[in-house]
Design a protein around this ligand. Sequence first.
Ligand code: NAP
Length: 495
Amino acid sequence: MSEASGTGATAKAGRTPRIAIIGAGMSGILTAIKLRQAGFDDFAIYEKADRLGGTWRDNTYPGLSCDVPSHLYSYSFELNPEWSHLFSPGAEIQAYFEGVAGKYGVEPRITYNTEISRGEYRDGRWHLSTGDGELDVVDFVIAATGVLRDPVYPDIDGLDSFAGDRFHSARWNHDVGLAGKRVGIIGTGSTAIQIVPAIIDRVAKVSLFQRTAQWIFPLANPPYTEADKENFRHNPGVMQHMHRSMSAQIAGSFSQAVIGNREQMKLIEEACQANLDENVRDPELKRQLTPDYQAACKRLIMSDEFYPAIQRPEAELVTEGIERIEAGGVRTGDGRLHELDVLVLATGFDGHRFMRPMHLVGQDGLTLDRAWQDATQAYRSVALPGFPNFFMLVGPNSPIGNFSLIEISEIQLAYIMQLIELYRDGGFRAIAPRPDATRRFNEAIMEAMKGTVWVTGCRSWYLDKNGNPAMWPWSFERFCAEMDQPDLNEFELVA
Ligand code: NAP
């Protein structure tokens, strides 16, 4: 891709804020592009790793793909005719973000290997530091630090005593060959369910350690043909139509089901049950694979490859609880040692950390740890009382049932940009949401959450320490309406 857009022609006279973007993943790249297009060119992107891409940089496990269709999981302004599949592989998604960052001139603006460990709001500006001391002083901070970033390592006795190769799925060790090996996988989330079919052909054996069975929605992943791609290249309107219609389809079906639409939920439940009934023949295996909670209570898994793979002779579903890990493998509660050469921890992420461990100090010495000591809450997912001129993308309660996080991030950023434009035009020097408005918003969230599938009785990464899902409990339409324009009555402004 060649460089696409320099500083936008819309730049207006007025105050020119310095802005720090934290994180060069999907949301950070987006922010840099949109800031430049709006004429805000005094910004830096700080990235703790040595490469952009966020979760798509970190996750490289075999079988990785996104379960949001690729023509929807794309920036709305940078649709991609080259997607290989309906759900394209992770490496292609990473290449997409690298390509977009190159095309829009974002890449040179990223300062790599730089973790912002502290941000302090002092004298009307944010002072950002790394472990080496103060690095930058800015008017606005936009935290684009992602959701699924911190791997969770299971607390299992003897984990460190395993003599073979062991790694988390988000830290895949590609130096370890799997051919002819006995591979154990702990976990049955979206990740593990993608890994099993991807490696089954080359390993001697896969032992999948299941603590909880999963509902699986059957979804095929057809490739796009050369003719399809040619059509997309020459008729971008086709891709725009797909982007819109895929979004509308998810908004009208899955996203409705999870917030209480029984009719839509019934369709999902029936599809998952039929998938199990039609594709798993052995009654005992079927019993083991049958969840005891409602479909989509945990993040619903999409796959038409897992059931065939787990029934292969090289695969074993282990449902006996793990007792401990030993040098030779995994010992289960029945006393059996499952001998392994490689152990993969597909045990997920802590989805409630957001920009932490960054130490934030807002107004009057208020720390983020104190602000979030009882609950990880925000004002409309993007701002925090007591933290002026600080915004988050994909913050608390952002995910809308299996929706594209790119679309969510674009909408949140458009909201934030309106406030930064107001600053430029002299509307305020400092802005933060009012505590009462934030409280009302979160009370409404808690009330609405009662009608969602996520609280119907299952364990999932959606739930915070209080058992509250970190999700958006309303429709996508409501999200669009609430994020259309900031209501300044709900903010405290310092002129
Ligand atoms: P996950 O859904 O949180 O699953 C973690 C798995 O590890 C669960 O099966 C959990 O069991 C198990 N586990 C955790 N600690 C354990 C322990 N001590 N002993 C035994 N089992 C243990 O994680 P994930 O699969 O990495 O997926 C996380 C999220 O990433 C997904 O929900 C999705 O949002 C995203 N993702 C998306 C895709 C995609 O687009 N296709 C692919 C991968 C990931 P329990 O169920 O019993 O807790």
